[in-house]
Design a protein around this ligand. Sequence first.
Ligand code: PLP
Length: 380
Amino acid sequence: MSDKNKRILVTRSSMPPLEEYVEEIRTLWDSHWLTNMGEKHNLLTQELKKYLDVPGLELLVNGHSALEFTIQSFDFAPGSEVITTPFTFASTVHAIVRNNLTPVFCDIDPDTYCLDADKVEALITEKTVAILPVHVYGHICDVYKLERIAKDHGLKLIYDAAHTFGEKVDGRGIGSFGDASIFSFHATKVFNSIEGGCVCFSDEALGREVYYLKDFGIVDEENVARVGANGKMNEFAAAMGLCNLRHLPEEMEKRRRVMGRYREALKDVKGIKLSPDYENEKVKGMEVAFNYAYFPVVFGEDFGADRDSVFKRLSEHNISARKYFYPLINEMECYADRGWDAGKDTPVAVDTAHRVLTLPIFADLAIEDVDRICEIVRSF
Ligand SMILES: *Cc1c(COP(=O)(O)O)cnc(C)c1O
């Protein structure tokens, strides 16, 4: 039910019925095995492999550590360059920098907001070792073109797939593209294990490296062969994942309905750009099974108001939208000393970051609330 005075957040975490979770964790009181690759951890690994349709999968404590450990597992020389996008969550680029590598920013595609595959090759130098694209908002990067570029230049291809849980491209799990793809199961994501994440891969040796790294580099009882850290998912998080996974199809269907309503109400508004219509058309030649994770709206010159005005008016009505992604990574304070020039290097990303707003979307968002939000947007 809709309540006009109630605050509407941009997202709301999915939770299973309490009784179901209690039932799921009951066995932990018998085993007293709470973490370190226990029964729930291993079961969730198997279930996710099936659901995501990937050959290999390693669970981690969160999406960021999945990315950081995956990059570390390649053992790139310090100072090597990784081509990536500034239009992403801070985690993506922090994971590169924290591995002592140098991010090189590629501009984004104006339709999908993902890294523009046509602009990658011009950025490759003799120091480049990898490409790290992000499937932002569940939109899909040009995976075929990127695969060809990576192959032609002998580069690793690592996807930040945090926004694309459960998606398929031409019938194939999105996590099976590239050398590795990471997902996040953070509370705010389509699928959550409270905190959690994973890396998907086809090379078993890569999976084994990440396994060692998430457990302090311990190879066996008397042999610590890597400088690892602690990235293990605990049993309570894995149990939450097992429960939430069961409810995902119905959650997805509810999200689909919410997004359909938004699209219907906003598609004809002048100056508004919506996501590609994955449900009804091929996008860049790809057939995509979408996950309805985010609803970004880009306000153009001819909309009649700027993004910040829309944000403000929604706030006044107790509705939280999110300036996602703003600021860009190459404009963040922590990187101010790097001498990066976002306006020159990534003008499309700069423009988009100033125009985009993601509107509230979650499974239990009432249709009346969607209508109310759209009414406010249309009032300009
Ligand atoms: C959520 C997210 C991450 C980090 O995942 P955590 O599970 O929160 O550590 C990384 N990249 C992107 C694009 C994300 O949205």
